[in-house]
Ligand binder design. Structure first.
Ligand code: GLN
Length: 304
């Protein structure tokens, strides 16, 4: 496995030149654009890592999977999907204008910033407690109790997060969300700033692939139903407005973040964590697309 992974990384790492690192959150602009690493965990729980697999980066939008999971554990499937929808969209992740229409009664889906902020508003816990519970779940799924959030990225997100603040307050004015908006936003900025590496991501992906079999979720939720839902959402919305092409060409349900992380789930088989901060125009890792796409061909992982 390591040999295959090494060759795929070697063959593709030159493509970092086709993208750029996210700099709309200033602290993310400091990333090394050439970084590229991957971890894959197989059915027997063997861990295979190559490249910059050990480098830390912030989880960003991949946290949207975790918050969706926790909101469902807290409130149940029905209540969550009363304020977010199931459908994919061609709109970018930070879309806002659609929320103005009187006809719109919920955020489009939980993988957009709007949908994720709505989902976070449902998670139980006042003030700091909301985020503490999200961080705790990340630690449990990643099998790593040392995970923390990056204070510099958090501050940078908060200082420049005007669009996310506008999204949250517009949703409040439309009656989609309620409660303490500032504490929901604070949790959203912190959850995006959680620091992880590809091993952590692969462990989270494996727990989903493995239907949370080994995980104590401290909830009576149907674990299989929960994992199926997360996987189906990743299929149509995990890679934003590139999800259709990603599904057609890579064929592995995945979720990306603007720091360059990609979490990929091969149901009942593999968990994959990838890191490469050079992004395409949709905010997805360019190297992630190349490397995971080739890996999918090589190991015959396409789920369709
Ligand atoms: N923190 C980022 C934002 O809210 C997350 C977006 C992403 O990873 N696509 O803009």
């Amino acid at each position: 496995m390591e040999k295959i992974l090494k060759k795929i990384l070697e063959d593709n790492k030159k493509f970092y030149k086709d993208g750029k690192v996210a700099d709309y959150i200033p602290a993310l602009g400091k990333a090394n654009i050439e970084d590229c690493g991957i971890t894959i965990i197989d059915k027997d729980k063997n861990i295979h890592s190559v490249g910059d697999y050990n480098k830390k980066f912030t989880i960003q939008s991949i946290s949207k999977i975790i918050t969706l999971m926790l909101a469902i554990m807290d409130k149940g499937f029905e209540e969550v999907f009363q304020i977010v929808g199931y459908e994919g969209t061609e709109r970018p992740f930070n879309t806002i204008s659609y929320l103005e229409s009187e006809k719109v009664k919920k955020a489009i889906n939980p993988m957009l910033n709007s949908g994720a902020i709505a989902v976070t508003s449902l998670i139980k816990g006042d003030g700091e407690k909301k985020f503490d519970r999200i961080l705790e779940l990340v630690k449990v799924l990643a099998l790593n109790s040392k995970i923390d959030y990056d204070r510099e990225v958090y501050k940078s997100e908060k200082d420049t997060g005007d669009r996310n603040k506008a999204i949250a307050y517009l949703m409040k004015s439309r009656g989609i969300i309620n409660g303490d908006i500032e504490s929901t936003l604070d949790s959203y900025f912190k959850q995006c700033s959680i620091n992880i590496n590809t091993i952590d991501l692969a462990n989270i992906a494996f727990s989903i692939a493995n239907r949370f079999e080994d995980v104590d979720l401290e909830s009576h939720i149907d674990k299989k139903k929960l994992s199926s839902l997360l996987i189906s959402i990743m299929v149509h919305s995990g890679m934003y407005n590139f999800s259709g092409e990603w599904s057609a060409k890579v064929g592995i349900p995945s979720k990306s973040g603007v720091a360059g992380g990609v979490l990929s789930v091969v149901p009942d088989k593999y968990g994959i964590g990838f890191f490469g901060p050079s992004l395409d125009e949709n905010g997805n890792s360019i190297l992630g697309y190349k490397v995971i796409g080739e890996l999918s061909n090589e190991l015959d992982l396409n789920i369709y």
